[in-house]
Design a protein around this ligand. Structure first.
Ligand code: NAI
Length: 302
């Protein structure tokens, strides 16, 4: 089979000045994509800004013969998102690929978290994915082609102590993916979500050093490149990935039990008495949209 190439494709990678985003930008450019290297260049907690993070990656790409342009806007505002997409259009004429990757942390236990710490984390991860994807989606829709990646986290999918803001934002991008995948389907716009585990400044103080060494961000890159390639026909999927481990994770709906008829009042004791069946995941299956979930009402719909 032919190698996967990105000749003629234009990609935006947010937060591409470091960590995971840098590896995506380098790998896409090495395979022929023209890349907008977006990075605000701030600290791990989102404070400050600098042009050097994006500039260094652009230089690295150019030295290797690739094509790239820097953008320093924050993903967290509508103006920033529009300007990031404008950078792609002004320099390369279109946008085919968006990798929503920019991220920060403001960890604190739930009782201690402040409104500012909540807002800034939601703004970068969740609003940021909206701000960049919406103007890009308009162009992708016109062109009948698009590949979008949202970046979730095991913390959001499965929970983590001290990250209520981050967990909420990361599950939020799954909801956004569900919508973009459904609305993009007829325009060949595919949207998927990854939950990576990788060595970066976000994880350097929370991972044991031996494990940290094995979790190079480059091990996440091939999955992301495949998902944003023309070969990929999957959409609305969530993938775990780390150190060469790739797996799919999914929100499933179980049939549970229908004990009502849409008329009879159901006493709370019937909930208690049927608890094992209500919480059972037996025969749980994937649901493609909310309308499909109504099918579980079965005879009650008659
Ligand atoms: P990183 O800190 O190395 O890279 C994130 C980049 O985003 C930085 O260069 C930063 O300057 C940039 N950025 C931050 N706020 C921005 C803004 N408002 N606008 C534009 N750029 C901004 O972190 P890493 O680990 O590479 O993270 C990348 C993504 O992967 C993040 O969304 C993170 O939450 C997610 N993730 C990472 C995991 C890991 O194990 N490293 C685990 C799960 C998720």
């Amino acid at each position: 089979m032919a190698d996967i190439k990105f000749d003629g494709r234009v990609a935006i990678v947010t937060g591409a000045g470091a960590g995971l985003g840098r590896t995506y930008a380098l790998a896409l450019a090495a395979r022929g994509a023209k890349v907008v290297v977006n990075d605000l260049g701030g600290a791990r907690d989102g404070s400050g800004s600098s042009t050097s993070a994006a500039d260094i990656v652009v230089e690295e790409i150019k030295k290797k013969g690739g094509e790239a342009v820097a953008n320093y806007d924050s993903v967290a505002t509508v103006e920033g998102g529009e300007n990031i997409v404008k950078t792609a259009v002004d320099n390369f004429g279109k946008v085919d690929i968006v990798i929503n990757n920019a991220g920060i942390l403001r960890d604190k236990s739930f009782v201690k978290i402040t409104e500012d710490e909540w807002d800034i984390v939601l703004a970068v991860h969740l609003k940021g994915a909206y701000c960049v994807s919406q103007p890009a989606f308009r162009i992708m829709k016109e062109n009948g082609y698009g590949r979008i990646i949202n970046t979730a986290s095991g913390a959001g999918l499965y929970g983590n102590f001290g990250q209520s803001n981050y967990c909420s934002a990361k599950m939020g991008v799954v909801g956004l993916m569900n919508n973009i995948a459904i609305e993009g389907a007829k325009y060949n716009i595919k949207c998927n979500t990854i939950a990576p585990i990788a060595a970066s400044r976000l994880t350097e103080d929370i991972m044991p050093p031996d494990l940290f060494k094995k979790l190079q961000p480059e091990f996440i890159t091939p999955l992301v490149l495949y998902l944003v390639s023309e070969d990929n026909q999957e959409t609305k999927m969530i993938f775990n990935c780390a150190a060469g481990w790739f797996s799919r994770t999914e929100i499933l709906c179980a049939p549970g039990i229908c004990i009502g008829d849409g008329k009879r009042e159901i006493p709370v004791e019937e909930i208690r008495d049927n608890w094992d069946k209500i919480i059972s995941l037996d025969e749980a299956r994937q649901v493609n949209n909310v309308g499909e979930s109504f099918a579980f009402l079965g005879p009650l719909l008659a």
